[in-house]
Write a protein that binds this ligand. Structure first.
Ligand code: AMP
Ligand code: GLY
Length: 428
């Protein structure tokens, strides 16, 4: 009998997960909660949102799910893994305690400091006046982070004291992120180039995915406000084999050992957001899940079965977890609704996806899409992830953009410079 797998989430990351899991000969049936119209090609959709931990547990128990794979952080931080484990069900994702690595910036900074892991110097505040006083004497730019989850909006890299104080007030006094703003981290601004380093881990052993890089800002040349991520590519040349070795030895191994020593071993997917300067990696943040949109180009390069890795992480014993990687680079161009990350209109019909995929070497992953009267429409900020593979980074970028140009809806937007850093480094 094949496995029954539940994918939790409904974005582009989860579409690429479902697409990859569907290729596994081990799997008989995939469910996705809540999923999206793209995921529906591979999975039966379950109308339960990612925040409904009890309902997700009840569904998994009632349907005897063999493996649950959790896309976003919120259910992990809320304790979905613990709830399912209590029922004897396998989950690829950390416990609530270990998920604090994403759920609390204060927790993470303190762990990093305790175990001597390189990161920005910082201080923690729970009193507004103390925080303001410290910020006003800090060198600019200064970085301020709300402690808890804030849907990717809880960090300001402030270039002026006005901006810094305004953000601090929003977080600690106005509580725009609710309880997430009870405490803040104030830290030095790191310079260099960012990269995503994502590993499978059973708490001790790690199996790294290839390197990747996200594009967080809405505008070309990294201008404008932060978003969930406007595109990604793999590999990221800034993470040389040397940098990778340092990241494992100085960051991932001591962190996992630290988490074991603290009595909260980390099992699942650990995503290090790294800043690399002159070959030295430092931690910006950790996420306790795959990146979105990094998952899309990464899974497109993974030629071996993903499911054994997910199961072994869930079981807490990575053994014969061999990964086969397509050496060719991949690029994902995120197409978003006009106005995102601010307000935007939903419900415009989308055309051209089939045309875009006809080219070969192209997968269009759905994120914020919906069906309205039988037509596919935009239904979120990030709508599609046009993902392409080719022999070199320049060709992969070209293939991705040729495909994206075929897709239309009113107000559709995408950055024109996805992958440029890799191109510059490749000297092409
Ligand atoms: P985080 O949620 O911690 O990843 O922060 C979001 C983004 O803020 C990161 O991807 C970086 O671009 C930026 N950032 C966070 N911390 C720092 C820092 N110490 N120095 C410079 N940029 C930072
Ligand atoms: N791509 C950034 C994230 O997944 O957090």
């Amino acid at each position: 009998m094949g496995l029954k797998v539940l994918v939790v989430g409904g974005g582009g990351r989860e579409h690429s997960l479902a697409w990859k899991i569907a290729m596994s000969p081990l799997v008989e049936k995939i469910y996705a909660a809540p999923g999206n119209p793209g995921i529906a090609k591979h999975a039966e959709l379950v109308p339960v949102s990612v925040d409904e931990v009890q309902k997700l547990r009840d569904f998994a128990v009632a349907n005897r799910i063999d493996l649950t794979v959790v896309g976003p952080e919120a259910p992990l931080v809320a304790g979905l893994t613990d709830a399912l484990a209590k029922e004897g069900l396998l989950v690829c994702g950390p416990s609530k305690a270990a998920a604090q690595l994403e759920g609390s910036k204060v927790f993470t900074k303190n762990i990093l400091a305790k175990y001597g892991i390189p990161t920005a110097d910082y201080r923690v505040f729970d009193d507004y006046d103390d925080a303001e006083q410290h910020v006003l004497t800090h060198r600019l730019p200064v970085v301020i982070k709300a402690d808890g989850l804030a849907a990717g909006k809880g960090v300001a890299v402030a270039g002026t004291y006005e901006e810094a104080v305004a953000f601090l007030k929003d977080v600690m006094e106005k509580r725009v992120f609710g309880d997430a703003g009870e405490r803040v981290v104030v830290e030095e601004c790191l310079t260099g180039e960012e990269a995503s380093y994502i590993v499978f881990t059973d708490g001790e052993k790690i199996v790294p995915l290839p390197t990747s890089q996200d594009h967080k800002r809405i505008g070309d040349d990294d201008t404008g406000p932060n978003t969930g991520g406007m595109g990604a590519y793999s590999p990221a040349p800034v993470v040389t084999p040397e940098v990778e070795k340092k990241a494992i030895k100085r960051i991932f191994e001591p962190l996992l050992a630290g988490m074991r020593a603290e009595g909260m071993p980390f099992r699942g997917i650990l995503y290090g957001g790294l800043m690399v300067e002159r070959g030295e990696p430092k931690v910006l943040e950790f996420n306790v899940r795959f990146g979105d949109p990094e998952a899309q180009p990464l899974f497109m390069r993974l030629t071996s079965d993903l499911v054994p890795l997910l199961i072994q992480c869930a079981q807490g014993k990575l053994t014969d977890a061999e990964m086969k990687i397509d050496p060719r680079p991949t690029v994902c161009i995120v197409m978003s609704s006009g106005g995102y990350p601010g307000s935007y209109k939903k419900g415009f019909p989308i055309s051209g996806i089939e045309d875009a995929e006809k080219e070969g070497g192209v997968q269009v992953f759905h994120a914020g899409t919906a069906l309205k009267d039988g037509r596919l429409v935009n239904n979120g900020g990030r709508v599609l992830g046009v993902t392409a593979v080719d022999n070199d980074i320049r060709s992969a970028i070209g293939r991705g953009y040729r495909a994206a140009e075929k897709i239309h809806w009113e107000g559709a937007y995408y950055r024109r410079d996805i992958g440029r850093r890799a191109l510059l480094r490749s000297g092409a």
